[in-house]
Design a protein around this ligand. Sequence first.
Ligand code: SF4
Length: 354
Amino acid sequence: MSEYGLDVRSGPALLKVRDVHVSFRSTRFGRARTVRAVRGVDLDVADGQTVALVGESGSGKSTLANAITRLVPLDRGAVHLGGHALHELQGSDLRRARRDVQMVFQDPYSSLDPSMTVGASVAEPLRNFSDLRGSELDKRVAELFERVSLRAAHRHRYPHEFSGGQRQRIAVARAIAPSPRLVICDEAVSALDVSTQNQILRLLEELQRDLGVAMLFVTHDLSVVWNIADEVIVMYLGELVESGPAERVLDAPAHPYTQGLVAAVPTPDPRAQRSRERVVSKGEVPDPANPPDGCSYHTRCPHVMEVCRTVSPAWRAVGDSTSRVRCHLYESTESGAEPLTLATRSPVSDTGEC
Ligand code: SF4
């Protein structure tokens, strides 16, 4: 356990996020307001570990990912990566530290310049973060293409000449080019069909295993984390509400919100499907500019109690000490109640190549 009571089972934390808050100004119906997108988040990712950060659209998970890489500013809090205080670095120090954390986005066009060959895009981080030049640089780019199962000769083509899955492979090649210690995949497979999703997930799994790189896998879709995550962290309305080993969170989700997310994953068994539909979250996510008092989830929770409307729940252990949940249902015993159980899960299927 880390000093903050978080489970870091694979070793010392590579990434430490502490009490991070992020807000931004936006306009709604012509009125300016402050959106509190991330509120007091702590999380750890160990070297070589894959952590899935899950939550609906608007939960703040992508804002948190962008805050970790300093693409958006923190209001307060700390982000340490491999001993560097990322939240304090500026200029060339920040640029150097960024070598260790790379991102893969949902839309590979955001990282692939349509006017450059894809080989030139993959070479860019190598130019920035290594001494490779000329034929050595080109050789390394060719190797990276083969590493993501693309033909080396394809490096001379342009982004529009590739399918969505191939473009995502190129984005992955670009992300691993500078040998980062952490790759953040932000909805990296969300825009792909199921078959292509599985191929990219397999590729990420292989890279994680072969290169030992840690991954923070940000997604709204629990079905894609089943085969890839060691740890699952659940985020709702800017706050974390549950965390624990993937198997426990997915098989026996404790927080009512996580139960709703798991229930939303379709299953081929109609009886199991009917029982799942009873726990799917109802209603809209509240406005993050004006989050509810007490438990943030109380406006949608099927188990809401009076205390939930006014008192924010503290973290409680569930099961063994590797799992935590923020919910008043678990405050009845010292170590927390037994996790509530849900019907069977629906694993992702494996299919062919893209
Ligand atoms: Fe539901 Fe209350 Fe638990 Fe919040 S604290 S998830 S409202 S039971």
